[in-house]
Ligand binder design. Structure first.
Ligand code: ADP
Ligand code: MG
Length: 376
């Protein structure tokens, strides 16, 4: 789960990481009142779940009150398009004190799965071009795995600052590590972490991604979820208890089990098509759940066909067939539906579909499925 910069900065404050003074604004009619008592120059920042807001026109400096009101009105409500997140409407802005920047650093803690450890990544070439730096001068980016006798100072010293600055950076790293562990974050990133002309180390940006599977033990974090930022299909799926991820292809898939779902996506690729989604209905899905999953699946406008690939273990094939039949009866489905079932009660399941009076293509195995999908 992602959160906004302003929310991440509140967490930073709780962990003793310095951030600039700021105030949030969500309505155009509140802009003038909010800005009236603020200090200038200030920075107006779009609050959307996206990186590279600066390059997309979502972060702008304002010299005085008039300038700030004008800029805030431009950014609040704008459609912000970035490479990472596509186009998103800006529903909130953060008005933040402008900081006298001397240096911009990059700092993050993220998982290094291959090494089974959290990795500290730091660079003295931070800011909006960090991706470019990673490509052209990877030697400017220092990485250290956080293991038992972790000593961040060792890495921080490589950046070439004095002891006073180094100790401030180390303190930020230690706070970030504590936050990451205590709140089950998958990524915490500060880009830029700046050294000001007054020699203070301050977080100017804040990004945190939390582990969805650990949210059950962090009510405070879950409360920060902004539903407007979530993909509507994925949000609906979460509410129904389905594992669903929207993808860009045209073949909708409904599968039980994540491994089978991945194999099914490979099969779709082999037939020359792309999957429209990843949907795992889970092992013990009822026919009602199947019906809900199917409705969700076909609400995608890009679909050319639906491929249902189910292994009937705990989920029996006849339950599956009932669910799919009910869903299709109640909906006006225009695309072909291909079904491959294997396992418990597969003959009964096939019978239900074949005698439903509805148009299904029940295939006997994956090879036949590939052939059918190829012809779509
Ligand atoms: P994004 O990474 O989404 O582009 P940032 O918050 O990193 O957004 O802002 C982009 C750039 O704007 C920063 O690299 C920094 O140079 C500048 N900036 C952001 N906040 C401030 C601030 N409070 N004072 C001065 N400059 C800022
Ligand atoms: Mg940034």
């Amino acid at each position: 789960m992602k959160i906004h910069e302003y929310q991440a900065k509140e967490l930073f404050k709780q962990y003793g990481i310095k951030v600039p003074a700021s105030i949030l604004c969500e309505k155009k009619e509140d802009i003038e009142e909010t800005i009236k008592n603020f200090m200038f120059p200030c920075v107006i920042k779009a609050q959307v779940h996206s990186g590279a807001r600066g390059k997309a026109g979502g972060v702008k400096i304002a010299k005085n009150y008039q300038d700030a009101v004008k800029t805030a009105n431009e950014i609040l409500g704008m459609e912000l398009t970035s490479k990472q997140a596509g186009t998103k409407k800006v529903n909130k802005i953060l008005i933040e004190k402008a900081v006298d920047i001397d240096k911009e650093l990059y700092l993050s803690l993220t998982f290094d799965r291959a090494n089974e450890a959290i990795a500290l990544i730091i660079s003295n070439q931070g800011g909006m071009d960090i991706e470019e730096t990673a490509k052209t001068s990877p030697d400017k980016i220092c990485t250290q795995l956080i293991k038992d006798n972790f000593n961040p100072l060792q890495t921080v010293k490589k950046l070439g600052y004095n002891d006073e600055i180094n100790s401030q950076i180390v303190s930020v790293i230690n706070s970030l590590y504590r936050l990451s562990k205590e709140k089950d974050a998958l990524l915490v990133e500060i880009n830029p972490l700046v050294i000001t002309k007054q020699n203070e180390v301050i977080a100017l940006d804040a990004k945190i991604n939390f582990d969805d599977n650990a949210l059950f033990r962090h009510e405070d974090i879950l409360a920060l979820k902004d539903e407007k930022e979530e993909n509507p299909f994925e949000l609906q799926a979460q509410k129904e208890g389905l594992n669903y991820i929207k993808l860009n292809g045209t073949i909708g898939c409904m599968v039980n089990g994540a491994g089978l779902a991945m194999a099914t996506m490979d099969v779709i690729r082999l037939s020359g098509k792309e999957a429209a989604n990843f949907l795992d209905v889970g092992g013990g899905a009822s026919s009602e759940k199947i019906e809900k999953a199917f409705k969700l699946l076909i609400s995608d406008e890009n679909l050319e066909a639906v491929f249902i690939n189910i292994f009937g273990g705990i989920l029996r094939c006849d339950f599956l067939a009932e669910g799919v039949k009910n869903a299709i009866q109640n909906l006006n489905i225009k695309v072909p539906v291909i079904v491959r079932m294997e396992g418990t009660n597969k003959e009964i399941g096939a019978d239900i579909l074949n005698h439903s009076g509805l148009k299904f293509t029940v295939v006997k195995d994956l090879n036949e499925a590939i052939e059918v999908i190829k012809k779509i």
